[in-house]
Design a protein around this ligand. Structure first.
Ligand code: DC
Length: 227
């Protein structure tokens, strides 16, 4: 069976990774969370006190960063230089800085190259902000997800609460608005819907219905490849 690449882009906390993960499982495809890669780089920069305005220091430090993913039961964990950082990279300290790091072109250049290498054999569901526009402009299926800010804040707030992270609702909302603003207005690879991406607003849609819909679209694309 021919394999395809599925690109899922969209705003922060609109359920991209939930959809991408479930879809990859249904199709037996590899799932890659590119946001986790930007988060891991951000964690490294914080830990090593890298000055983001010093591009030589930033470029040099990127040579010392190795990011990989490893399955642990149902979950995929992110490893930074062989240390499991899956939980650390989701903390607010990282969320507050990640968009600033993702604006830096040299960071994007390195991560985009790694992401493209992961897609060489296809059979991949990748989520992020620039997957359908920059990383895989020829992806067979492109989805652009969004949801209202109220729905996204509530989902993110509940997710953090479930993980035992105590955080103020307003702080979560401000962080999402702030990240969306930087992600959509940066000069290098801003978040935007690719011309050939399908827009899905899932504010009122349940996860199962969304998965079913996207899975059917993916299967149609896979079948079309066989002809
Ligand atoms: O998907 P996420 O919220 O974990 O992503 C964290 C940040 O990384 C997000 O605010 C923007 C950035 N990002 C990006 O610029 N490009 C990607 N492909 C993925 C994430």
């Amino acid at each position: 069976m021919k394999k395809i690449i599925i690109a899922i882009d969209g705003h922060s906390s609109c359920g991209k990774s939930t959809l991408a993960k479930s879809l990859a499982k249904e199709l037996d495809y590899i799932y890659v969370d590119t946001g986790a890669m930007y988060r891991a780089v951000t964690l490294y920069f914080i830990q090593n006190k890298i000055d983001l305005s010093d591009l030589i220091q930033v470029e040099e430090s990127l040579k010392h960063i190795n990011i990989r993913f490893q399955k642990s039961g149902e979950l995929t964990h992110t490893f930074l230089n062989d240390k499991d950082v899956e939980f650390e990279i989701r903390e607010m300290s990282v969320s507050n800085k990640v968009s600033e790091v993702a604006e830096i072109s040299v960071v994007r250049k390195v991560l985009v190259r790694e992401q493209q290498e992961m897609g060489i054999d296809k059979g991949l569901v990748m989520d992020g902000r620039d997957i359908g526009t920059v990383v895989f402009p020829d992806a067979e299926l492109k989805i652009f997800l969004t949801a209202s800010i109220a729905v996204r804040t509530r989902r993110r707030f509940e997710e953090l609460n479930q993980k035992g992270v105590i955080v103020n609702y307003k702080v979560v909302e401000n962080n999402l608005n702030h990240r969306d603003h930087i992600d959509s207005t940066r000069s290098d690879s801003p978040l935007k819907q690719a011309d050939d991406a399908l827009l899905i607003d899932n504010s009122e849609m349940d996860k199962e219905k969304q998965l079913e819909m996207v899975k059917n679209l993916a299967l149609a694309k896979i079948l079309a490849k066989r002809r």
